[in-house]
Design a protein around this ligand. Structure first.
Ligand code: NDP
Length: 332
């Protein structure tokens, strides 16, 4: 049987372009023992995948030229030679960008098909929610009454961070890239204030104006000049979780900024980078927390869903121009 796949045709220089992807037909091999034939339902596209397009050593291996891109996905089991899964099961795992695919049962976990919407397993009840929960609760340890600033606030992770911080009794300021997102963050998701970084000339002053008591916690999803501006407003013993640096993922030169050590020293601040996968022991508690808050109606969520397998490259590129509010997902 032939199926469509999307491969990396060239390594992007700067912002990825459609030409860096190629659609092609490929033949599916025969199903072997302990393998399943899957039909994807949803693919997640994520900023970290940009790093995998470079030929560089990192915490996860690089995509190979002329080989399919891969990402987290939900799929239906169509045929099974595995004892773990039967046809009709819904499974989650890393999957190549193919319309039909065969994978080893070791790479997959079964999910509850009754979860509504099921795409939440790729967003608030999956890695995205866990990243927000672990970064905020385990790294930043928020206390009621503290001021929390979140960059990338209208994105998949930021939207959850801001709401958990509100549940913890904090004052929450979001930084995001459009007036519509500002409005949604404040009016629908309970942020106290939000700043559109694209229309604000002096970010440091703008943050100082809304954070009248200074910044106790900074959850950093973007890095670069936005983060420099937040750092100017830190309080004594501030905590900074370095979650993502999307503003630099397409840099073609080594980004240079102000020296942060004097601020960290004089404010006795703690800055810590983290990778969610290094906190696996915390996942069960995190999933419990997120599932319960969603059920109680205390955590709301948003997904931007592109329709059709062919939209995968566009959805991925849209992450860098801010086309998503909440999690960016493609419905196959
Ligand atoms: P998002 O859903 O936030 O998608 C990207 C968003 O970033 C866009 O919508 C856009 O929103 C914003 N953005 C894009 N380019 C820039 C830029 N140059 N400057 C400022 N903002 C920009 O992604 P996620 O929520 O999934 O991830 C957020 C960050 O966390 C990413 O950097 C990601 O790599 C990282 N991450 C880290 C993990 C970890 O384990 N440490 C795990 C998961 C994610 P806007 O309209 O605001 O510009």
């Amino acid at each position: 049987m032939d199926t469509k796949q999307i491969v990396l045709s060239s390594r992007p220089k700067g912002i990825p372009q459609l030409i860096d992807f190629r659609f092609e037909l490929t033949e599916l091999a025969n199903l072997k023992d302990e393998e399943v034939l899957l039909k994807p339902i949803y693919f997640s596209v994520d900023p970290y995948m940009r790093g995998r397009m470079n030929d560089a050593k990192s915490y996860i291996h690089a995509f190979q030229i002329d080989k399919p891109i891969e990402g987290n996905a939900l799929a239906t089991v169509i045929e099974s030679r595995s004892e773990k899964f039967k046809p009709g099961d819904i499974v989650m795992g890393m999957m190549p960008w193919k319309e039909m695919l065969i994978v080893s049962d070791k790479e997959l976990i079964k999910v509850d098909s009754k979860q509504e919407p099921i795409s939440y397993y790729l967003s608030i009840l999956g890695m995205t929610g866990l990243t927000a929960y672990i970064g905020l609760m385990h790294i930043c340890k928020p206390l009621a009454g503290e001021t929390v600033v979140v960059s990338g606030a209208g994105g998949a992770v930021g939207l959850v961070v801001g709401q958990i911080a509100k549940i913890q009794g904090c004052r929450v300021i979001g930084i995001t890239g459009s007036d519509d997102k500002v409005k949604l963050l404040v009016e629908k998701f309970g942020f106290d204030e939000a700043i559109n970084y694209k229309t604000t000339t002096y970010m440091s002053n703008a943050i100082g104006t809304v954070c009248t008591d200074g910044v106790d916690i900074y959850f950093d999803n973007v890095g670069g000049e936005i983060s420099d501006a937040v750092m100017n407003n830190l309080n004594y013993q501030a905590r900074i979780a370095v979650c993502g640096q999307i503003s630099m993922y397409n840099s073609t030169v080594v980004p240079v900024g102000p020296r942060l050590e004097p601020i960290l020293l004089s404010k006795s601040a703690t800055m810590r980078g983290f990778l969610v996968n290094n906190f696996r022991s915390e996942f069960p508690d995190g999933i419990d927390y997120l599932t319960n808050r969603v059920k109680e109606g205390k955590l709301d969520y948003s997904e931007t869903i592109f329709q059709g397998f062919g939209q995968l490259p566009n959805a991925f590129l849209g992450l860098f121009s801010g086309e998503n509010f909440g999690k960016m997902i493609v419905k196959v």
